[in-house]
Design a protein around this ligand. Structure first.
Ligand SMILES: Nc1nc2c(ncn2[C@@H]2O[C@H](COP(=O)(O)OP(=O)(O)O)[C@@H](O)[C@H]2O)c(=O)[nH]1
Ligand SMILES: [Mg+2]
Length: 258
């Protein structure tokens, strides 16, 4: 019997590793004998290293929009983002034509196109919002200091607020992070006083009250607790990502461990 399908949106800042993870997670699922498809929602994607099963570029092309409307890449990206939403019914039909349990969705390069414009919400609402999970990628390059880390978590909360979907935080490219740094970031994710103290030291010029309120917000939503370190290079953390999906939709019945 086919299980009900789940949609996994891979979201994060430009260069955070969305496309690479989309591909790697699909490969990992296949390796585990689990059927999945990939969907590329980035109309400006160049040199994608995988062949998406459903590709927005079949409907919307950044190059064509730039030529047709005489726009630069930034303006054209915005037009494209809105055009995706206009084509969502056809895209949905195409996705539904695949008999599969996992739909892994690669979102546009720049996070604001998906999270801050209406398009993202229109797409997620139109597909199945009750069967959707967002994987928010924290790029290690943007997670070097405590204030970097906290800023990424604030962007993650904003993403959750905008899309109104369950969300897990993923530390991407963890093969590039030295062991002691990884440990430090994991410690920060416990949201303990050490993070707060470090934040105050780093950002001495920022009001103590602002830092306190930010920490309060992050702790209240338990923002750090779900942080999963993942590498698309050596497949670290893929199982944790899969298990998080199972916990979200299948009550953890099918979690894997080996
Ligand atoms: N070492 C390493 N590099 C990665 C990993 N994931 C992505 N990258 C590299 O990071 C860059 C940006 O990745 P990409 O998937 O295009 O990011 P996107 O803009 O979020 O889609 C590329 O050069 C990737 O090869 C990873 O897990 N490990
Ligand atoms: Mg990409």
């Amino acid at each position: 019997m086919q299980e009900e399908r789940v949609f996994l949106y891979i979201v994060g800042t430009a260069g955070s590793g969305k496309s690479t993870l989309t591909h790697a997670f699909r490969e990992w699922l296949a390796y585990k004998g689990l059927d999945a498809i990939t969907v590329n929602l980035d109309p400006g994607a160049e040199n994608l290293k995988y062949s998406p099963d459903v590709d927005i570029r079949d409907w919307v092309s950044l190059k064509e929009v730039m030529e047709e409307y005489d726009l630069g890449p930034n303006g054209a990206q915005i037009v494209c983002a809105d055009m995706i939403a206009l084509n969502i019914e056809e895209i949905k039909e195409t996705i539904n034509s695949f008999k599969t349990n996992y739909v892994v969705i690669d979102t546009p390069g720049q996070i604001e196109l998906f999270v801050f414009r209406e398009a993202g919400r229109i797409i997620t609402l139109s597909l199945d919002p009750n069967r959707s999970l967002v994987a928010f990628l924290l790029d290690p390059i943007l997670t070097k200091t405590a204030s970097d880390f906290v800023s990424q978590l604030l962007l993650s909360i904003t993403t959750r607020f905008r899309l109104n979907l369950p969300l897990i935080n993923i530390l991407s490219k963890c093969d590039l992070i030295k062991e002691d740094k990884l440990l430090e970031i994991k410690n920060w994710s416990s949201m303990d006083d050490n993070l707060y103290e470090t934040l105050l030291r780093e950002r001495a010029s920022i009001s103590r009250e602002l830092s306190e309120q930010i920490m309060h917000l992050l702790r209240h939503f338990d923002e750090g607790s779900s942080l999963i370190a993942v590498s698309s290079e050596d497949f670290t953390g893929m199982e944790d990502l899969y298990n998080a999906l199972q916990m979200c939709f299948r009550g953890g019945e099918d979690t894997l461990s080996d």
